[in-house]
Ligand binder design. Structure first.
Ligand code: ADP
Ligand code: MG
Length: 345
């Protein structure tokens, strides 16, 4: 046995890259963060354009409040945000992104360009960012109000990740999925998604409604079989609303759109229980479509279990799930006067 190897600290850039790769695991994670930023900026139109499933190129154009010229200096530094001032805000913050990490992360693993114009400025400004830093002072350019963010060559400095993700088609499917879900949940905002130089694959108008957007995105077979539900529970302090298919509809794969406090999240426990409710009413191995918007006291949610902030847990999870699923079951039964039950074999 010789001397143990000396412990050294990794280079700053490497540390940042590793952290960024945790937050942004695939193109769709970057797109989700940027859509949330556009929503926070009160946009009424958000257009997403990609090449190669977002691996080569992502562009998000919104018509929101824009980013001030002087904020360009720090907008991509880690933990810079316009949405959070005190540590205590972390627990009560109602906006979408809240850790000031998204743009910083993207700039560590891709080539990032931001162009933005606020209502007060005469022209737009554009600048490139590398490793959280503004490259040169923002250039004045012609542009409309709002923000356009371009992300190129995602994972260019992470060879293994890039190699593992050659399949742009699969990444594009994930993007369609996420953009579609945001379009349903934010029906007052118009959403567009397309491949570069092609027609829109998703197109919803502003001031639409959830049902129309479900029809546009998921088809009329689902849209015509929807039951609306609204649940409120003062004791458990939650509110929920959404749409679920009745017993006339079933499909091989459970489509579940879950928003908790307006963030698209996963909650495996809740998903399983809702699916379970339907097993009595649907043919074997068949599943429903459910769009559920759940509002909880933000202090009770733990969003930081995973760096991508997808899987969430909350206080009184079991009781809330129980209360929700029983409300859903009641609604399901109530809507089904003819009571067509499928016999399980
Ligand atoms: P966070 O959303 O947690 O604040 P981000 O890294 O996602 O962190 O964004 C940093 C800041 O950049 C935001 O707080 C916001 O001020 C600004 N920003 C990002 N995207 C937009 C946008 N599309 N429109 C206006 N401002 C934006
Ligand atoms: Mg954000």
């Amino acid at each position: 046995m010789g001397e143990p190897p000396k412990i050294k600290k990794l280079e700053e850039a490497v540390i940042n890259r590793i952290a960024a790769g945790e937050v942004i695991q695939r193109p769709v994670n970057a797109i989700k963060e940027m859509i949330e930023n556009s929503i926070d900026a009160k946009s009424t139109n958000i257009q997403v354009t990609v090449k190669q499933g977002g691996l080569k190129y992502i562009q998000i154009q919104d018509n929101g409040s824009g980013i001030r010229r002087e904020d360009f200096e720090i907008v991509c530094e880690r933990f810079t945000t316009s949405k959070l001032r005190e540590f205590e805000d972390l627990s009560t913050i109602a906006t979408y992104g809240f850790r000031g990490e998204a743009l910083a992360s993207i700039s560590h693993i891709a080539h990032l360009t931001i162009q933005s114009k606020t209502g007060n400025e005469k022209c737009a400004y554009r600048a490139a960012f590398v490793d959280g830093k503004l490259q040169e002072s923002p250039k004045a350019v012609a542009g409309v109000q709002g923000t356009q963010i371009v992300v190129e060559d995602l994972f260019y400095n992470m060879n293994v990740r890039r190699a593992a993700m050659k399949n742009g088609a699969e990444e594009y499917q994930r993007i369609i999925d996420v953009v579609g879900k945001y379009a349903v949940h934010n029906s007052s905002i118009g959403f567009g998604l397309k491949k570069f130089n092609e027609n829109n694959d998703i197109r919803t108008p502003p001031n639409s409604n959830a049902i129309d957007n479900i029809r546009t995105i998921y088809g009329n077979l689902i849209a015509r079989e929807l039951i609306n539900f609204n649940v409120e529970n003062d004791e458990l302090k939650f509110k929920a609303h959404g749409y679920m298919t009745n017993v006339n509809y079933s499909t091989k794969k459970f489509t579940f759109l879950l928003f908790i406090n307006n963030r698209l999240v996963d909650c495996t426990g809740l998903k399983k229980c809702i699916d379970q409710v339907y097993t009595t009413y649907l043919p074997k191995h068949m599943h429903p479509f459910v769009y559920l918007s759940l509002e909880l006291d933000p202090r009770t949610i733990d969003v930081n279990v995973h760096p991508t902030k997808h899987e969430v847990h909350f206080l009184s999870e079991d009781q809330i799930i129980e209360s929700l699923t029983s409300a859903i079951e009641t609604k399901l039964l109530g809507s089904n006067n003819s009571r067509v039950f499928f016999v399980q074999t």
